[in-house]
Design a protein around this ligand. Sequence first.
Ligand SMILES: Nc1ncnc2c1ncn2[C@@H]1O[C@H](COP(=O)(O)OP(=O)(O)OP(=O)(O)O)[C@@H](O)[C@H]1O
Length: 352
Amino acid sequence: MADDHEELVTERFAAESLVRSGADDLERAAEAALRPRRLDEFVGQRVVRDQLSLVLDAARGRGKAPDHVLLSGPPGLGKTTLAMIIAAEMGAPLRVTSGPAIQHAGDLAAVLSSLEEGEVLFLDEIHRLARPAEELLYMAMEDFRVDVIVGKGAGASAIPLTLPPFTVVGATTRAGLLPAPLRDRFGFTAHLDFYSSDELERVLVRSAGLLGVPLDHTAAAELASRSRGTPRIANRLLRRVRDWAEVRGDGTLSLVAARAALEVYEVDDLGLDRLDRAVLTALCTRFGGGPVGLTTLAVAVGEEPETVETVAEPFLVREGLVGRTPRGRIALPAAWTHLGLEVPHGSGTLFG
Ligand SMILES: Nc1ncnc2c1ncn2[C@@H]1O[C@H](COP(=O)(O)OP(=O)(O)OP(=O)(O)O)[C@@H](O)[C@H]1O
């Protein structure tokens, strides 16, 4: 029964992940195939795993739906995977939707009023929920109730509808944008951090096993150190190295194959890709090291500010290449060095 259920959740999730906005369908399908399905398959994030395991065990012991869970952190670190694992561990159905997909409070009311007892509702990009939907969600999370509005204008009336207990798993790359009343309704919040190289190596070895490809230990270490601390990138690079090995090599995922593929895909020694380097280059050469505002920087690299802020910046900040100051972004000395440029005198300070 649990297995059947797990399969159902997985299939449904795989199907849903295929239709998510703007994503490359094939990449998404490949990603879904590598997702850990249980908490003990989930590599790294030890503290989050321990805490979550306690929350789930306690809920199971009481025979109740677990508290609402909020997961934050940069893209590709496992938020969606954890939501799916929570449903699987609870033997509960999973419903997937996202902030941008919910345009009106009525859309959310329709989802909420169709939830089954114990169902896990995964709300991706929860920071992008429209305000009226957000307010409806407060009440549903706290009181397991929604007011369904019937009719329009002066004749409209609200019919209260009691909901069965369910669990919201919210995911956000920008926890700071969540209003406090919404944040406060989550009984368990966790921030996912970048993975260490050792952890990424374990992710790669596991994925190579699932793909049935022979991955050399040195190749795994090389890929891990150039995956920007992110399992999604590690898995993506693994698939590109497999392409290289099959087309231009002898099928073995060796260090030579890894290095050659990383060169083809323009992934540098630190794991920085085209966007990361564009941000660094703009910051250092066009804006003299900054400070420069996020929007101006984003225009300079031809990206949305949110993409620069959530996709490129967290890793650049963590690597000590970029600094965030009240006056804008600045290039730190390591950024100049990484680009092979001379570090200007006094760079890396607010007044540099
Ligand atoms: N801890 C982990 N162990 C093994 N694989 C992982 C882990 N975390 C993530 N992955 C892999 O990385 C891929 C991306 O993870 P996931 O989709 O959960 O990230 P996300 O944080 O939800 O990203 P986004 O914010 O873009 O939706 C998954 O396919 C999964 O296989």
